[in-house]
Design a protein around this ligand. Structure first.
Ligand code: HPA
Length: 270
């Protein structure tokens, strides 16, 4: 694994000209932020050695190196989900590579179902913490101390400093944000009403199928993390209706520009 990480990092370093400290993982269909990146170098995943091979035909996504404002960033447009069949080492491999390239701050986005009774469709949620309900842990197995400790601390999995900065940015720009705990689960089914109730009962505010594995590995690698969810549907008693992937994407599209603004401003301040 160590050799593969290094190989991939060396390949990417040979393709990019700067030394970005900020990495971004954009949820499926949440590529709006990429339109703001200038001086772009785009590297399709299928051309990157050791990157997981897409299970979906055609577009698996790409890495984009460039500038957001004045800041160099390395963005992943599209991620690898556990439900697609990848094991957790594959899902989180890009985070390992980001660390090896020199990334220190990781920003992640996703779409999720709100289970907090006050949440509304289209809300932007700053992730304050998570609950890991994936059946496989990305750090299970031999630990390489060069990558991180055997028993990593998770007391501040999402940087309090970045959360405070993002909230201030939202206030300054008149953007409504909510805060909450993200429950990471496998999917690919959306939840039954009983499952939504369960996630609320155990302390969740929103539920989705990603983010948690990447944030665990980023913490293992001593990276600072910040995450935002777009609440695309509600798993709240009385408000549960049929959910489709298309609706999730449609709501995601509408709200993306606000999330982009917050992330862009935040990147300037970290
Ligand atoms: N559940 C799980 N994942 C999701 C949801 C949901 O309701 N909405 C968007 N991603």
């Amino acid at each position: 694994m160590l050799q593969k990480i290094q190989e991939t990092a060396d390949f990417l370093k040979s393709k990019i000209s700067g030394s970005p400290k900020t990495g971004i993982i954009l949820g499926t269909g949440l590529g709006n932020l990429v339109t703001q990146i200038t001086d772009k170098t785009e590297i399709p995943y299928e051309t990157i050695p050791n990157f997981p091979v897409s299970t979906v035909e055609g577009h698996s996504g790409k890495l984009i190196f460039g500038k957001l404002g004045d800041v160099e960033v390395l963005a992943m447009q599209g991620r690898f989900h556990y439900y697609e069949g990848y094991d957790m080492k594959a899902v989180t491999f890009p985070v390992r590579v980001m660390k090896a390239i020199g990334i220190e701050n990781l920003l992640v986005s996703n779409a999720s179902g709100g289970v907090h009774p006050d949440f509304e469709i289209g809300d932007l949620m700053i992730i304050t913490d998570h609950l890991n309900l994936f059946p496989e842990h990305p750090l299970r197995g031999k630990n390489f101390t060069t990558l991180g400790p055997r028993f990593p601390d998770m007391s501040e999995a999402y940087s309090k400093d970045m959360i405070a900065k993002a909230k201030a940015i939202a206030v300054r720009n008149n953007i409504k944000v909510v805060e909450g705990v993200y429950v990471g689960t496998t999917g690919p089914t959306f939840e039954t009403p009983a499952e939504y109730r369960y996630f609320r009962t155990i302390g969740g505010d929103a539920v989705g199928m990603s983010t948690v594995p990447e944030v665990i590995v980023a913490n293992h690698s001593s990276m600072r993390c910040f995450g935002m969810s777009i609440i695309t549907d509600l798993g709240v008693p009385g408000k549960i209706v049929e959910v489709t992937h298309e609706e999730v994407q449609e709501i995601g599209n509408k709200v993306q520009p606000l999330m982009t603004l917050i992330m862009k401003e935040l990147i300037k301040e970290i």
